[in-house]
Ligand binder design. Structure first.
Ligand code: GDP
Ligand code: IMO
Ligand code: MG
Length: 439
C-alpha cells in the first residue's frame, strides 16, 4: 500500500489529526489536499497538545515531508504564525513544502466572509469566518492569488487590483479600512512570499516521485463528508470537497495512486455551525457528552452540537469515499450510559422512512432519527490498550457499527493521547503502522 487517504466520515472534528499523526510515523510524506485554516487538527503526545490549522499532521516527526497541496487555501499569516510556534517549541519544520499553485486567503476574503454571514442573518451558515468560501469563489472565478504570485511584485499588485474590482460594492462598508490599502496588502503579502519562499515547490512532482518509488504517502483530509460542497448538506457546508476523490485533485495524483481510504468517525456525532443534524440531542445527555468529550471547536472555540451515532449518514460517507477501513474515535466518551441510541433510518415530517441519505434539503431539515437502543457500559475504558480489555457491551457496539456500515474497523481510539489507541484484528492484518503501534 502506498497512497492512503484519511477523511472525516461525519461533520468534521472526528480526530483526523490524531490518527494522521499516528500513521505518519510509517509514512514518507503527509499532504493536505483541501480546506484551509477552517480546520483545527489536535495532536496530543506525551501530555503536550498541538493544534494545527494548515500544517499537515506529520509535522511533529523531524524533517518529515509535509506538503500543503494545490487544493488548499492558505492564510499566510496563520501559516507563518504556525511555523513560528512550532519552531518556538523546537519542532524541525524543514520538511514543509507548499504548492506554488495553492490559493491565498486575502484580507478581503475574511471581510467578505463576515459580511456574507451578517447578510444571511438567521440563515447564516455559521462559517469559521476565515475567508474560506470567498477564497474558493475567487479561485473558481479565476481571479485568485496563488502562492507563486507572492514572488513577483508587479504580478501580485495587478492580480489584487483585478480581484478587488468586482468586489467594490460588497466592500464599500470597508472603504476606509487600512487593511484594503493596495500598497499595504502588496507589501504584506510580498513579505509572506519572502518568508515562505524556501518552502515553495512543485509539490505535484514531489508526490509523484514518492509514489513512484513505492513510498507511503498519507493524504490528510480536513472537515468531513457531510460538509462536502457537492455531497454534503448544502448550503450548510464548507467550500471544498472533503471526500477522498478530492485527494487526487488537491494534490495532482490519479485515482490509481490511492490504495486505501480510511474514514474517521466518532462513536457519536457532532457538528459545528448551522444546518440539519437529524440525531441532535438537546437534553442532559447531549450536555454531558459535550462536557466529557471536550466538544468545543479547535479553531473557533464554539460549542459543538452533539448527537447520537448516525448510521444513515455514515453509510453514505462510506460509499461516497469508497472507505476501505473505519477508525472509531472517542469511544471512551460514551462510558457511563445505561443505553446508547444508534440512528438506523430517518423519518420525514410525513412519516416517510429513509434508509439512505435523502438528497432533498427539505426532507433533511425535518428528518428525525429512528433508533435502536444498545446496552451501555459503566467502566472507564481510557486505559484499554487492546480490544479484549474493552467491556463486552463496548465490543458489541463496535460490532454493530461495523456490520451496519459494512467496512472493517481497524483502529479504536479511547482518549486524545497517542497511546490511547488499539488496533483491531483487521487493523493488525492491514495497517501500515501496525508493527509500530503493536510494539
Ligand atoms: P480533527 O479536526 O478531525 O483532527 O479533530 P479535532 O482535533 O478538531 O477534534 C478532536 C478532539 O478530540 C481533539 O481535542 C482530540 O484531542 C480529541 N480526541 C481524539 N480522539 C479522542 C478519543 O478517542 N477520546 C477522547 N476523549 N478525545 C479524543
Ligand atoms: P476539521 O478539519 C468542523 C464548518 C463550519 C461551518 C461550515 C462552513 O477540524 O474537521 P467554512 O469556514 O468552512 O466556510 O464553514 O463548515 N467547518 C468545520 N466543522 N470541523 C472543521 O474542520 C470545519 N471546517 C469548517 O463550522 O459550519
Ligand atoms: Mg477539527
Amino acid at each position: 500500500m502506498s497512497g492512503i487517504v484519511i477523511v472525516g466520515a461525519q461533520w468534521g472534528d472526528e480526530g483526523k489529526g490524531k490518527i494522521t499523526d499516528l500513521l505518519a510515523e510509517r509514512a514518507d510524506a503527509v499532504i493536505r489536499f483541501q480546506g484551509g485554516n477552517n480546520a483545527g487538527h489536535t495532536i496530543v503526545r506525551n501530555g503536550e497538545t498541538w493544534k494545527l490549522h494548515l500544517m499537515p499532521s506529520g509535522i511533529l516527526y523531524p524533517g518529515k515531508t509535509c506538503v500543503i497541496g494545490n487544493g488548499v487555501v492558505i492564510d499566510p499569516k496563520v501559516l507563518t504564525d504556525e511555523l513560528d510556534e512550532l519552531r518556538r517549541r523546537e519542532v524541525d519544520t524543514s520538511g514543509l513544502r507548499i504548492s506554488a499553485n495553492a490559493h491565498m486567503i486575502m484580507p478581503y476574503h475574511m471581510m467578505l466572509d463576515d459580511a456574507g454571514e451578517a447578510r444571511l442573518g438567521k440563515l447564516k451558515i455559521g462559517t469559521t469566518r476565515r475567508g474560506i468560501g470567498p477564497a474558493y469563489a475567487d479561485k473558481a472565478s479565476r481571479i485568485g492569488i496563488r502562492v507563486q504570485d507572492l514572488l513577483d511584485e508587479k504580478i501580485l499588485k495587478k492580480k489584487i487590483v483585478a480581484a478587488l474590482e468586482p468586489k467594490r460594492l460588497a466592500l464599500r462598508p470597508y472603504a476606509r479600512d487600512p487593511r484594503l490599502d493596495l500598497q499595504a496588502i502588496t507589501e504584506e503579502y510580498l513579505a509572506y512570499g519572502r518568508r515562505l519562499s524556501e518552502y515553495i515547490a512543485d509539490t505535484t512532482s514531489l508526490v509523484w516521485e514518492k509514489l513512484d518509488k513505492g513510498d507511503i504517502v498519507i493524504f490528510e483530509g480536513a472537515q468531513g463528508a457531510l460538509l462536502d460542497i457537492d455531497h454534503g448538506t448544502y448550503p450548510f457546508v464548507t467550500s471544498s470537497n472533503p471526500i477522498a476523490a478530492a485527494a487526487c485533485i488537491g494534490s495532482g495524483v490519479g485515482p490509481k495512486d490511492i490504495d486505501e481510504v480510511w474514514g474517521i468517525a466518532k462513536a457519536y456525532s457532532t457538528r459545528v455551525g448551522s444546518g440539519p443534524f437529524p440525531t441532535e440531542l438537546h437534553d442532559d445527555i447531549g450536555e454531558d457528552l459535550r462536557r466529557r468529550g471536550g466538544e468545543f471547536g479547535t479553531t473557533t472555540g464554539r460549542s459543538r452540537r452533539i448527537g447520537w451515532l448516525d448510521l444513515v449518514a455514515l453509510k453514505y460517507a462510506a460509499r461516497l469515499n469508497s472507505l476501505t477501513a473505519l477508525v472509531v474515535t472517542k469511544l471512551d466518551v460514551l462510558s457511563g450510559l445505561d443505553t446508547i441510541k444508534v440512528c438506523v433510518r430517518y423519518r420525514g415530517e410525513d412519516g416517510a422512512e429513509f434508509d439512505t441519505f435523502p438528497y432533498h434539503q427539505t426532507v433533511l431539515h425535518h428528518a428525525t432519527g429512528d433508533y435502536v437502543e444498545l446496552p451501555g457500559w459503566s467502566e472507564d475504558i481510557s486505559d484499554a490498550r487492546s480490544e479484549d480489555e474493552l467491556p463486552e457491551n463496548a465490543r458489541a457496539y463496535l460490532r454493530y457499527m461495523e456490520e451496519a456500515i459494512g467496512v472493517p474497523i481497524v483502529l479504536i481510539s479511547v482518549g486524545p493521547g497517542r497511546e490511547q489507541t488499539m488496533w483491531t484484528e483487521a487493523g493488525l492484518a492491514t495497517a501500515p503502522g501496525q508493527t509500530v503501534a503493536a510494539g
